[in-house]
Design a protein around this ligand. Structure first.
Ligand SMILES: Nc1ncnc2c1ncn2[C@@H]1O[C@H](COP(=O)(O)OP(=O)(O)OP(=O)(O)O)[C@@H](O)[C@H]1O
Ligand SMILES: [Mg+2]
Length: 262
């Protein structure tokens, strides 16, 4: 715990994450790196992301010259190293409370990984009460992970490629009241297992609800290989961080991201 607090203080001192509303140079919006050998998505429909949605949500990882994209490339390298060295492939992204930047981090990290060398990524929205992943990309899929869990669709039918090579989204559509039961259900465990088996070369990133304010997240964590904890500068209190770390005991916490440093 002491070590974690020191790491947070160090990250804050280094101001590693940009603040909301940071200025960008013109012409960068929506820029995607070119890929030499794009994978072919035979089953997955393509719904191109809207650059205006990235702009509105301040998504930056696809903009090569943006300083925060650089930070995300270094986060990507650490995550890849820590996950892949032990053949771990699924990562849950959570935070102690609401609005601390879990989804923003999940989207930027997934993008950064997909735009790197030879890494395929699946980004799944498990905030079933308030899903936002599709909104971040500015797309409106008809089917989501909720439809799969409720037996209305197959898994491939619920996936979408946002027009970015090596990235597939498993969005959620609508809002589910019984999200806590679903997240800790046997169906969810078998979904997590199936995702790992079916897409053996992919890193699977789960955008999760908060740890302390709802009961959903902790019930799902046994299904992931590792967890990344997002803290928001000036918002997350030390006590909340402590309680979150206590809750994560026994789960593989591979690191923290100090988000939106002022
Ligand atoms: N580093 C950042 N720079 C700019 N904007 C950010 C940053 N981090 C988060 N935001 C913005 O802050 C808002 C909340 O972020 P986000 O949705 O990622 O939080 P969350 O932790 O997922 O929230 P929830 O608990 O509701 O799931 C969003 O509008 C997002 O675009
Ligand atoms: Mg979120």
């Amino acid at each position: 715990m002491e070590q974690l607090e020191k790491a947070v203080a160090k990250a804050r001192a280094q101001r590693r994450i940009a603040q909301p509303g940071e200025r960008r140079s013109p012409g960068e919006n929506g820029t995607v790196f070119a890929r030499a050998t794009p994978p072919v998505y035979r089953e997955t429909p393509v719904m191109p992301f809207r650059p205006a949605a990235f702009e509105a949500n301040k998504v930056v990882a696809n903009r090569p010259d943006h300083p925060v994209a650089d930070i995300y490339r270094s986060l990507r390298a650490r995550v890849q190293q820590r996950l892949l060295r032990d053949n771990r492939r699924s990562l849950g992204i959570t935070s102690p409370g609401e609005g601390e930047g879990k989804s923003w981090t999940a989207v930027n990290l997934a993008l950064s990984l997909a735009l790197g060398e030879n890494q395929t990524v699946l980004l799944a929205d498990l905030d079933l009460r308030e899903p936002v992943v599709a909104r971040y990309f500015g797309i409106e899929p008809k089917l989501g992970i909720n439809d799969y869990l409720q037996g209305r669709a197959t898994l491939p039918e619920c996936m979408v490629n946002p027009g970015i090579d090596r990235l597939v989204l498993l969005p959620a559509v609508g809002s589910l009241g019984n999200s806590a039961e679903l997240l800790s259900s046997p169906q969810m465990s078998s979904l997590a297992r199936e995702l790992k088996q079916r897409y053996a070369d992919r890193i699977i990133i789960y955008d999760l609800p908060p740890l302390l304010t709802v009961g959903d997240t902790i019930g799902f964590l046994p299904n992931v290989d590792a967890t990344l904890l997002v803290l928001r500068d000036g918002k997350t209190h030390a006590g909340e961080l402590r309680r979150a770390v206590e809750l994560l005991a026994g789960h593989e916490l591979i690191g923290t991201v100090l988000n939106a440093v002022h």
